[in-house]
Design a protein around this ligand. Structure first.
Ligand SMILES: [Zn+2]
Ligand SMILES: [Zn+2]
Ligand SMILES: [Zn+2]
Length: 277
């Protein structure tokens, strides 16, 4: 399986729009890995995880052929991960689309999408955009062709049914987390018998709030989660562990993050990073 980071930023992106902080100013000068788009991932060439406000730009920049995308999995309804308007351009009169796409997410994701349809169109059916809605319920694995996703409850966005995903394809397992906080007990229990080849973890609060664990994680808690995954046997020293979803509010500069994480064998993700699993 190939896993591509299309974006590694939290909600405001980096440099955050209009922000005067020192990290955003440095990112503007440094460019390269310090420019971060909103979190999204491409698995092989047919599956996206999250589709936020940078989707158009990311698809061009990273050569994502949107005509090959069969499904988009949504972690939660925050606007940096779900931009329903972009899916509405699939409807007749705006784009020529004949192929269906599966939109997979919680009840909140599907309701958010339907609300956008109701607001901007007169037709209240997913059919108008060739969308097949697929409900993801935490703890219930769902198989679509060769891909199986186990949705896991996240410690994030209370009341919004936020999830993260254990994804299995062709015998490889990936744990995809970006807005998770320290995992809830239920999620630890659901993954306890799994072994992951790759893991991505929520590093939003970064170096400035290292012990943050509710809603989003700081760097110390990222290491704590990695260590617990090791202790439980969910990963071993061959598993690839990444940290992602950075905010300028926590210091998102690649060099500073690498100085902390690299000695701990955790890779700091950046936009465009492609991983072969
Ligand atoms: Zn987010
Ligand atoms: Zn800033
Ligand atoms: Zn969020």
């Amino acid at each position: 399986m190939q896993f591509k980071f299309l974006g590694t930023a939290a909600a405001e992106a980096v440099p955050a729009l209009f922000c005067e902080c020192e990290y955003c100013r440095k990112a503007t000068i440094n460019k390269g890995k310090d420019i971060r788009r909103r979190a999204s991932y491409l698995l092989d060439d047919d599956t996206l995880v999250d589709f936020g406000p940078d989707a158009f730009h990311q698809s061009l920049l990273f050569d994502v052929d949107l005509l090959k995308i069969k499904r988009i999995l949504f972690t939660h309804c925050h606007e940096d991960h779900l931009n329903p308007i972009e899916l509405l351009w699939r409807r007749r009169g705006f784009s020529k689309v004949t192929k269906d796409i599966k939109i997979m997410g919680s009840n909140v994701i599907l309701a958010t999408l339907m609300q956008a349809y109701a607001k901007y169109t007169t037709i209240t059916s997913f059919d108008i955009a060739h969308v097949i809605p697929v409900m993801l319920n935490a703890g219930e694995p769902l198989t679509d062709e060769e891909l199986t996703v186990l949705p896991l409850p996240a410690n994030h966005a209370p009341g919004k049914n936020a999830q993260f995903f254990a994804i299995t394809k062709n015998g490889k397992n990936v744990l995809v987390g970006n807005d998770t906080g320290y995992f809830p007990d239920e999620s630890w229990d659901l993954i306890k018998d799994m072994k992951f080849d790759m893991v991505t973890l929520d590093g939003t609060m970064g170096l400035l709030y290292p012990d943050s664990r509710y809603g989003h994680m700081g760097v110390n808690v990222v290491v704590e989660v990695r260590d617990r995954l090791l202790e439980m046997g969910c990963i071993d020293d061959k598993s690839k562990v990444f940290v992602t979803h950075f905010s300028h509010n926590g210091n998102s500069l690649q060099e500073d993050l690498e100085a902390f994480f690299l000695p701990k064998n955790i890779t700091v993700a950046y936009d465009g990073l492609t991983v072969e699993i």
